[in-house]
Design a protein around this ligand. Structure first.
Ligand SMILES: Nc1ncnc2c1ncn2[C@@H]1O[C@H](COP(=O)(O)OP(=O)(O)OP(=O)(O)O)[C@@H](O)[C@H]1O
Ligand SMILES: [Mg+2]
Length: 1004
């Protein structure tokens, strides 16, 4: 269903043909080939036609176009199939494999390389060094394997002469982390013999043409392929292969992969050994077999790091154990030549297998723990020798073609048979499509007892004559009736078959005539034990390591080894089992012509391939069939988020019903069928659209999950914070409580304390209670004051009031307020005890006359008289009047000022006892209290406080000034009174000054 390609290039998918007929199929294939469109789909199978020219379609920008895309989004390409396999692996955790099939020269190996390159290009976006290393190894290993396993044949200049199946392992992120290569039956007969026009393995020519002189000298090789029998013929063939450059590329690749210098040297030595072996000739002297060119033996001993006589002995004799005796049996010339060739083949094959195993050692996944890293998934790429028909087809072609039968059978099983069976099983209406099932040919070859391989093995074990003819007789005897087998004996008129030599198999891909010559030997694949011991005893550890069985002593009896054909059959069966359990992707390669031309599309040739590959049937099955199927539960699991009926869980009767309603709601009813257990989707487009919708919903689900998770996180944070707050609050409460308890404990008893808890230490409050503590302290202070005041007598109360009034008025203005002592008020009796009685008399007289209630204050004073002279007087202040008295005249009242005439008092801030009583009539009275007992007592505070308190009780105002100098009016005249301290002054005294008066006080 590929899009984005105009119809001028033909149909990008054969499924889109108007009629599924061979003519239309071929017409489309040809048109596309001619238009340079070498890839075409049949659904998910890629049909590829070898372009035989460099195509500009594998570059970086093309990779980008296919990366992550669905198959049908871009024109058909190998990259699309590689991406599909990769996606299936990544999305669905499936092991996948890409099976590349087609005849020799159809482009399988090239395809496999492009697939590997694509996978390498799209993985490891983070450029992790380890992954890059693995990728590099995987790519580089190709180059080495091709050098040793490929050769020029008449069909293909770079024909794979071994089968290769490479697993690439991926970690859970989809990055390649290693790999494993399995190799199948190397065509080792090529080492000693090539058909006309063909070459031996590339490695020989690379060494002969590309190795530096010094290396060649060290391994006794001259730079001339024609000098060596085994490669002589091939060495003369002209081809486009650049052996010289390839030698360097392969040497570099081996180094990069991690082959040591010794290992690489040993590889060259083995190649040289084989070349020299080819030149070894045997002759006879009487009945003794000998080596004609014994110089070669000395070279061989050098190359094999062993002794000359051992080399010679193993070439000319074989050790045979008969019971307990061991005898040495001399070879005939023929036997010696056979042994030599067998050695050359075996050494090459061993070396090849060893190279593969060394590469595997290096690329295998290391330190992978599925528990930690998740499932390790695999993409396998199978590139195996294609079906081939040579002039002379031998054992190798028999195996190769059998292998292709197996793969075709797998294709039939997976693509044609299983598919149709599944539709039937699922009850999907289905019209059966006929195809040729090659199982019959597979059975012909591999069936137990009856199959050709069994017959061959039997012939090899025959007691008595063991010849290729015996084998052919066996075949003729047992397979005479088989529709796909014939020989001259069975078809005497068929001149294409030689008597006693040829047999023909009607393969799915065509008839092939095989010659039985060499079948027995190749199947037995014997290498004399003496050679194994020779190589095992080499002092070169690398070489020795390749031949561990050389350790066995000659008398040790070993089990008869499996024959080459049986080994190959077993490996094929296990390969097919391995492939069958993976999700397969197919690349079907077609070879357009036999002459490697980019222009020629040989109709007959191509049609033959289309026929035997079963491509037309493939289209039919595909057209009638469905691109995708999935069991209902799994389908729901993947797509249930698309529909409201199925998300998050459906409430319908069955998963099938749920899938139906899901697909109906998406409008895909017309494109699906409902099987018994699976849903079938016809076109990939529908699947793509489902995937798209899913991807869209997954984003939302992710958002939803994020939302829920963020909510959960926020709630957790909130709960934590709340818990912290509760703890905080509880702690605070605890602190507060314990503070209050402590306060309570300390102050509980204060009522009974003498000082009412004055000396109790307050506990330190927690920060929050600082204000509270202040309030508490003030409450306490009030209580304390109240408790004190409560117990006072009326007099004491008055005194306290006076003290408070004095304190309030003078606090901060004067220092000594006399608050500590008792305020007696009426001091005169104390100060002048001698005249106290006269004073009491006068005072009583005044009380009677002026009806005062109590004396507020009395004291001797010094004052200024009218003549600016200072004289001693006494001041008596009652609650009604202020009297000025003369102590010298028995306290005769000289002046009485009603208190309501007094507007204020002024005092100085110093220690002096100056008081100015301001009156309403501006006749202020200026006095200095004196005769104080004790002498430095200050009574200013008391006087002011007592007056203020009294005025307050009478609700009148008294102005109190603290100033220096003090302003006053004397008889209506404004004047200033200054206080001065004088050293020699014994008593305070007034003197006249310019602005008023100076009160001189004793200073010190
Ligand atoms: N995609 C391609 N682009 C350009 N040339 C190609 C392509 N595919 C194949 N060829 C050419 O065809 C030749 C043969 O291809 P390849 O070696 O892949 O065949 P094969 O199918 O592996 O054959 P065999 O079974 O013999 O190994 C290549 O050497 C190359 O020249
Ligand atoms: Mg190949």
């Amino acid at each position: 269903m590929a899009e984005h390609e105009s119809l001028e290039f033909g149909k990008a998918d054969f499924v889109l043909l108007d009629n599924v007929s061979m003519d239309e199929f071929m017409g489309n294939l040809k048109l596309r080939f001619e238009k340079g469109r070498i890839y075409t789909y049949i659904g998910e199978v890629v049909v590829s036609v070898n372009p035989y020219r460099a195509m500009n379609i594998y570059g970086r920008e093309i990779v980008e176009q296919y990366k992550g895309r669905e198959l049908y989004e871009r024109p058909p390409h190998l990259f699309a199939i590689a991406d599909a396999a990769y996606k299936a692996m990544k999305r669905r955790n499936k092991d996948t494999c890409i099976v590349i099939s087609g005849e020799s020269g159809a482009g399988k190996t090239e395809a496999s390389k492009y697939i590997m390159q694509y996978i390498a290009a799209i993985t490891n976006p983070n450029q992790r060094a380890e992954v890059e290393r693995v990728k590099n190894m995987l790519l580089k290993s190709n180059c080495v394997l091709e050098a040793f396993g490929n050769a020029k044949t008449n069909r293909n200049d770079n024909s794979s002469r071994f089968g290769k199946y490479m697993d690439i392992n991926f970690d859970f992120k989809g990055d390649p982390i290693g790999g494993h290569i399995s190799n199948y039956l190397l065509e080792k007969s090529r080492v000693i013999f090539q058909q006309e026009g063909e070459r031996s393995f590339h490695s020989f020519y690379q060494l002969l043409r590309g190795a530096p002189e010094s290396l060649l000298r060290s391994i006794h090789i001259q730079k001339d392929p024609k000098a060596y029998n085994y490669v002589k013929v091939g060495g003369q063939i002209k081809s486009g292969i650049n052996d010289n450059a390839d030698f360097k590329a392969v040497a570099d690749a081996m180094k990069v992969i991690g082959f040591t210098g010794d290992e690489i040297q040993t590889v060259y030595k083995i190649l040289a050994t084989i070349l020299h072996l080819g030149n070894l000739t045997f002759g006879t002297d009487g009945d003794v077999t000998l080596i004609e060119n014994s110089k070669v033996v000395s070279v061989l001993k050098d190359l094999l790091s062993t002794k000359e006589e051992n080399v010679e002995k193993s070439l000319l004799y074989r050790t045979v154990a008969t019971g307990r005796d061991v005898i040495e049996k001399q070879h005939t010339v023929q036997e010696a030549s056979y042994g030599r060739d067998a050695l050359a083949k075996a050494m090459y094959e061993r070396m090849f297998c060893w190279i593969v195993s060394r590469i595997n050692d290096i690329i295998e996944v290391k330190n992978y723990d599925a528990n930690i890293h998740g499932k390790n998934t695999v993409i396998g790429v199978l590139d195996i020798y294609g079906f081939e028909i040579f002039q002379n087809n031998s054992f190798e072609q028999f195996c190769i073609n059998y292998c292709n039968e197996k793969l075709q059978q797998l294709f039939i099983q997976l693509v044609l048979k299983q598919e149709q069976e599944e539709y039937q099983r699922e009850g999907i209406p289905w019209k059966h499509i006929d195809y040729f099932n090659n199982q019959i040919i597979v059975d012909l070859v591999e069936q137990q007892h009856k199959g050709m391989i069994s017959i061959l093995d039997e012939a090899c074990m025959n007691v008595g004559k063991v010849t290729d003819e015996v084998f052919l007789q066996g075949l003729n005897g047992k397979l005479a009736k088989h529709a796909h087998y014939t020989s001259r004996k069975l078809a005497p008129t068929d001149k294409t078959l030689e008597f006693d030599r040829d047999f023909r198999i009607r393969h799915y891909a065509g008839d092939v005539v095989y010659s039985v010559v060499g079948f027995i030997d190749k199947n037995k694949d014997t290498l004399f034990q003496d050679f194994k011991r020779l190589l095992y005893n080499s002092s070169n550890p690398v070489l020795r390591g390749m031949w561990p069985e050389g350790k066995l002593r000659i008398t040790e009896v070993t089990k008869r080894p499996l024959t080459a054909a049986t080994l190959f059959k077993n490996s094929m069966i296990s390969l097919v089992e391995n492939l069958a359990c993976k999700e397969p992707y197919y690349v079907r390669c077609i070879k357009p012509n036999d002459v490697k031309s980019p222009l020629l599309f040989e109709h007959q040739r191509c049609q033959h391939q289309v026929e035997y590959l079963g491509l037309l049937e493939n289209v039919r099955v595909r057209r009638a069939g469905f691109a995708y199927r999935q069991t209902y539960p799994r389908f729901l699991q993947r797509y249930k988020m698309i529909s409201e009926f199925t998300w998050p869980n459906h409430s319908l009767g069955s998963d099938k019903a749920a899938v139906k309603s899901l697909l109906k709601s998406c409008g895909f009813e017309h494109d699906v069928a409902y099987g018994n257990t699976k849903v079938f989707i016809r076109t990939p487009r529908t699947l793509f659209s489902l995937e798209e919708q899913r991807a869209e919903m997954v984003k939302r689900i992710v958002l939803f999950l994020q939302k829920v998770w963020r909510g959960t996180l926020a709630r957790m944070r909130y709960r934590r914070m709340r818990a912290a707050l509760i703890i905080l609050r509880a702690y605070r409460r605890y602190k507060v409580k314990s503070y209050i308890k402590e306060v309570n404990r300390r102050f509980k008893n204060i009522k009974n304390m003498k000082d009412y808890g004055r000396r109790v230490k307050w506990p330190t409050p927690p920060k929050v209670l600082r204000k509270f503590e202040e309030a508490l302290r003030s409450i306490y202070n009030r209580w304390w004051a109240w408790t004190l005041i409560k117990s006072l007598s009326p007099e004491q109360t008055l005194q306290v009031r006076a003290k408070v009034a004095g304190f309030e008025a003078l606090k901060g203005h004067r220092t000594d307020l006399g608050l500590q002592r008792a305020w007696e008020g009426n001091y005169l009796k104390r100060d002048s005890p001698g005249t106290a009685s006269s004073f009491t008399l006068v005072s009583s007289e005044l009380q009677r006359r002026d009806k005062f209630m109590r004396v507020l204050f009395s004291c001797n004073v010094r004052k200024i008289n009218r003549f600016n002279k200072a004289e001693d007087r006494t001041v008596l202040i009652t609650d009604r009047h202020l009297y000025k008295m003369d102590p010298l005249k028995q306290y005769k009242p000289m002046k009485s000022i009603p208190l309501y005439n007094v507007t204020g008092v002024s005092v100085s801030p110093g220690k002096d006892q100056l008081v100015v009583f301001h009156t309403k009539d501006s006749r202020d009275l200026v006095v200095c209290l004196q005769g104080l007992v004790p002498p430095n007592e200050s009574r200013i505070g008391e006087l002011v406080g007592t007056l203020l308190s009294h005025f307050k009780s009478e609700k009148r105002k008294l102005q109190v000034n603290v100033a220096s100098p003090i302003q006053c009016s004397m008889n209506g005249r404004k004047c200033t009174i200054i206080v001065e301290a004088k050293i020699n002054q014994s008593q305070p005294d007034f003197t006249k000054s310019r602005a008023g008066y100076i009160l001189s006080v004793p200073g010190n």
